[in-house]
Design a protein around this ligand. Structure first.
Ligand SMILES: [Zn+2]
Length: 246
């Protein structure tokens, strides 16, 4: 089996740039509705912003509608406050981040650190996602150190199957937690770094200084792979629709 990430030293830099540009997605949707309905699902407030904020900005700047769907309200961790207080703090942080990204916040009603993936919760999550009627969904990559991240990935993939594979499905990576991730496409976020950073830093209780620089290391590496300064990398589910993204 060949690993697509292997570097072939005989491939020249210009050839590699050519290959990278072939992986970069074009600017506008090539078919389908002019305004796309997009859902970015994440385990906790802050995950979609960490992995996709630059892409969300690119999409909303183009007029597409983005909803960020958080599996829970992050009630489990915000520096020692009670669960209710944490949920309120982190909900407000998520809403601030969404304002910066021109996205809408939505919550799937599970509890931080106690994600449940069973028949009833697959059904409930599929109903929430179906109500959004998305053309495109981004979710976390399933192989991850945090069970809530794995849970949102499984719930989203199952909802996609239940929908009859109706929407384009992409997976994203987050600093520190994602494992064994290889992008199949990239979005150039070099020009939107300040808004991406602001959306991540809206999550004050999560001490973004601890993780944001690691995410920048990732997007710089993805930039090298795709021939730009910084890029977010995504893995397209090969059995799902293809929608050209920025
Ligand atoms: Zn998380």
């Amino acid at each position: 089996m060949t690993d697509p990430t292997d570097c072939n030293c005989s491939v020249s830099l210009s050839r590699r740039r050519l290959l990278a540009s072939a992986l970069a997605w074009p600017l506008l949707a090539e078919s389908g509705p002019a305004v796309l309905k997009i859902v970015v699902a994440g385990g906790h407030p802050g995950d979609p912003e960490c992995g996709c904020a630059g892409t969300i900005v690119r999409l909303t700047d183009l007029g597409h509608q983005v909803a960020i769907l958080y599996l829970n309200r992050g009630e489990g961790y915000c520096g020692g406050a009670s669960l209710d207080r944490c949920a309120a703090i982190r909900t407000a942080e998520a809403q601030s981040a969404c304002r910066i990204l021109k996205a809408r916040a939505a919550f799937a009603g599970q509890v931080d650190g106690r994600a449940i993936v069973d028949a009833a919760h697959y059904e409930a999550f599929a109903r929430v996602l179906a109500a959004e009627n998305p053309d495109v969904v981004f979710t976390q990559w399933p192989i991850d150190r945090h069970p809530d991240h794995g849970a949102i990935s499984l719930l989203t993939t199952n909802a996609w199957l239940k929908s009859g594979r109706k929407f384009a499905l992409y997976y994203y990576e987050v600093a520190e937690d994602t494992m064994m991730f290889t992008p199949t496409g990239y979005v150039d976020i070099s020009g939107v770094e300040s808004r991406r950073r602001a959306a991540c830093y809206a999550h004050v209780s999560q001490q973004p200084d601890k993780w944001y620089p690691k995410q920048v290391e990732i997007t710089c590496r993805r930039g090298v792979e795709s021939g730009v300064a910084q890029a977010e990398g995504f893995a397209h589910h090969p059995e799902s629709r293809r929608v050209a993204l920025p």
